[in-house]
Design a binder for this molecule. Structure first.
Ligand code: ZN
Length: 130
């Protein structure tokens, strides 16, 4: 398996996932919450930020069924559903759906973030339909 590259900006994010927390950056100058981790606020261009813990609540924004493994690490998972969801805090996050929901997905469907421990030092977010 190829691991994500951890940068100085994303280290807290990956550590948070390992601890069962989805952490988001909040700009300390304008309050904009952003994801994925990056050094600068795209609203006011400030470098100031603090980490906040996401609630884990999200709504389906879009999804796709993946039948082709675009990377060998995902071959065992196919077919799987990849969801883009709007987090309660505002930013969108793309992650796999943990298991098929009892009914068809629909736009605005409620999801909850869960954590998939891939190895002792890698945990990835996944969505679960509520
Ligand atoms: Zn800002």
């Amino acid at each position: 398996m190829i691991y994500p590259s951890v940068s100085i900006e994303s280290k807290a994010y990956w550590t948070g996932l390992t601890n069962g927390e989805l952490l988001l950056q909040e700009c300390t100058d304008c309050g904009t919450i952003r994801h994925y981790p990056r050094p600068m606020c795209d609203n006011c261009y400030s470098f100031g930020h603090r980490w906040i813990k996401a609630s884990g609540d999200a709504l389906v924004y879009a999804w796709t069924e993946c039948h082709h493994a675009f990377h060998p690490s995902f071959a065992e998972l196919t077919p799987y559903t990849l969801v883009t969801a709007t987090l309660k805090e505002g930013p969108r996050l793309m992650a796999p759906l943990a298991q098929p929901p009892k009914r068809d997905l629909y736009l605005g469907m409620k999801l909850k973030i869960e954590f998939n421990q891939v190895s002792s030092d890698l945990t990835l977010p996944i969505f679960k339909a509520t």
